[in-house]
Structure formats: C-alpha cells, structure tokens
Design a binder for this molecule. Structure first.
Ligand code: AMP
Ligand code: TRP
Length: 335
C-alpha cells in the first residue's frame, strides 16, 4: 500500500510561481509515489478578512490552476476543506492537547499579526492546530510544503505525539517534504514571494504582464550601471533562472553578469521568455477549464466524498479512544 500524502493551499487570490516551485510542482512529481490528497483550505483562508463575494471565484481559481498545472484528478484527490466538517471537529479536540505556548512561538502567526493588526483573531492563532487536523485526519505521513510551513508540520508531530500519549496510538508523525525551491523570493528581492505582499508573478499572467513585472524587478543592488560587473549569487533574477532556464542559459547569465558582458534587462528578457514558455500551456489548459467549471466542481465533489469516508473512520477511532462514543459506536449493554 502506498503511503498517504497530504497538502493544502489557501484560496486567497492568485496562485504564483512561489507556490508553483515551492509546492505544486513537487506535488505533481509525487502523484504516483503516494496516495495523494490535496485540499483547498478555505477555513484557513478566512483567518484574514476576505470578501465573501469573491470566495467562490477564489476557490474555483485555485482548483482550476492546480489541475491545469498538472494535478491530475485521476491520480489524486482534490477537495474543499469546508466540505468535510470533521476537519474543524478534530481541530477542536486537538486544541485540548496543544499548549498555547507552542502557538505563541509560531512565526507565521507573529508575521500575520503584524500585517493584520486590526484583526488578530483566535482563528489566526489556532491556524496551525487546524492544519494538524487536516493532515492527521487522513493519517498522512508525508506533507510537501514550502519552507514557511516547516514549523507548522513540526507542531503537527507534537500534537500527534501528545494525543497518542494521552489516549493511545491513533496518529502517525507526519514529515515535511521540501522541494528544490523551498523559499522563492518576491520581485522586491526582500521578502518571500507572497500574495499578501503583491510581489509575485501569477501562474496565469499574460506574457506582457510577466515581462512588465520582471522588467522592473530588483536585481543585484550593487550593480548600478550596465558597465558594472555584478554578483549573480545575490541577484534574485539569477536565482529564478535556476528554476526556469537551461544549464547553458544559467551559465550565460552568471558569466555575463560577472563580466558585465550582459545587462540586467537582457538577462531578464531571457528569464521572462523561459517563464512564459513554461506557463503558457498551464494558462491555456486553465482557460479550457474555466470554460467548463462543472468539470472542476465535479472533481471537488468526488474528492469530498472520498475524504468524508476516511475522515469519518478516523473520527470514530478518535472518539472511541477518548470515551466519547456513548450511544454512537457501542451497544448500550457494553458501556
Ligand atoms: P499558501 O498560498 O500560503 O497556501 O501556500 C501554498 C504552498 O505554497 C505552501 O506549501 C507554501 O509553503 C508554498 N509557498 C508559498 N509561498 C512560497 C514561496 N515564496 N516559496 C516557496 N514556497 C512557497
Ligand atoms: N498553512 C498552509 C499554507 O499557508 C496551507 C495548509 C493548510 C496546509 N493545511 C495544510 C499545508 C496541511 C500542508 C498540510 O501554505
């Protein structure tokens, strides 16, 4: 039997090349090796304020882009978190074994609390507990994510251990799996690429928009003029070349930069062409799917059906271990 893999993505806006390189590409690579379950985590997304009118489009966008990028629904399960209420049920149970000190240490919570000062809600604080429930509800052992999520997966292991110690063995200890691009920097070259900082290239952006964004992206800050030699290792554009360009082009970019043989714009043009080449089939496939939203909704419906079955089995086991099975899974005479 294949080991189970679980990962999630929030429907909070455009999917970008950070998500793609850090997570989605890795998911696609692992489709045949594991029993893969992917969730669009809408209950996580609502820990920041979003316009409810945009939610349905956001969810369809993320589902569509993932399928278009290669997340084959015939070889994996894709579903919407809120379609399976057991996620929040298990999160509540996990709350009772999670020390708040652990949650206070979470970097993502601290960062988001800074970013959304006017809305530091309990859900934002509890976010990693819901994430642990996502993973453990399916007893997943492998969790492919970007580097920013490693701390949350560590906490999932801790929660699993705490539950098992208190109530008996139910859950595995999930391990994170990083891609070769665990942390893609944004076009500002200062922060991690992210939707909330608007420093990204979207997976469905037009060739013109991609070039427009790249042409003003930050490069090696010490290279002020075309005639200055640069240092590719500290240039974000060079790093992006490593994921989209051929070995020959990567070499050309590094050599040309060091010797001032090429200018930054030339270097960016080559990168832009290669990104466009990789993203064009995804954009075209997404367009087909946008014209046929029923097929995407059908994938989500089938995904939820499968996940509900697994989730209900796990909850049965959890409740039995916790003595919460009265009248549910036991004959009255056996109480
Ligand atoms: P999110 O959009 O925050 O739900 O993230 C979805 C997945 O993309 C998670 O596995 C993240 O760790 C990953 N991810 C997000 N931003 C980046 C980035 N800049 N570099 C690498 N991975 C990322
Ligand atoms: N917190 C993850 C992110 O921001 C999304 C997520 C929710 C997730 N539940 C998960 C990732 C479970 C992996 C496993 O990217």
């Amino acid at each position: 039997m294949k080991k189970r893999l679980f990962s999630g993505i929030q429907p909070t806006g455009e999917v970008h090349i950070g998500n793609y390189l850090g997570a989605i590409k890795n998911w696609i690579r692992l489709l045949d090796q594991y029993d893969c379950i992917f969730s669009i985590v809408d209950y996580h997304a609502i820990t920041v304020e979003l316009d409810p009118r945009e939610m349905p489009q956001n969810i369809m966008h993320v589902a569509t882009v993932n399928i278009a990028a290669g997340l084959d629904p015939e070889r994996s399960t894709l579903f919407l978190q809120s379609h399976v209420p057991e996620h929040t049920e298990l999160a509540w149970i996990f709350n009772t074994v999670t020390p708040i000190g652990h949650l206070e240490r979470m970097t993502q919570f601290k960062e988001k609390a800074q970013l959304y000062k006017h809305n530091i809600n309990a859900g934002l604080f509890d976010y990693p507990v819901l994430q642990a429930a996502d993973i453990l509800l399916y007893k997943a052992e492998v969790v492919p994510v970007g580097e920013d999520q490693v701390q949350h997966i560590e906490l999932s292991r801790e929660i699993s251990r705490k539950f098992n110690t208190r109530y008996g063995e139910v859950f595995p200890e999930p391990q994170e799996l990083l891609s070769d691009a665990p942390r893609i920097m944004g076009l500002d070259a200062k922060n991690k690429m992210s939707k909330s900082l608007n420093n990204y290239i979207g997976l469905l952006e037009s060739p013109e928009a991609i070039w427009k964004k790249l042409s003003v992206a930050v490069t090696d800050p010490a290279r002020k003029k075309r005639s200055d030699p640069g240092t590719p290792e500290i240039c974000n554009i060079y790093h992006l070349h490593r994921y989209f360009s051929s070995p020959k082009e990567i070499d050309w970019s590094a050599q040309g930069c060091r010797t001032a043989g090429i200018g930054c714009l030339e270097c960016k043009k080559c990168l832009s062409d290669n990104i466009i080449k990789e993203l064009t089939p995804i954009r075209e496939k997404a367009k087909e799917l946008f014209d046929n939203p029923d097929s995407v909704q059908d994938v989500l419906r089938r995904g939820a059906e499968r996940c509900k079955e697994i989730a209900q089995e796990t909850m049965k086991e959890v409740k039995s271990k916790m003595g919460l099975h009265l009248g549910l899974y036991t004959e009255p005479s056996k109480i």
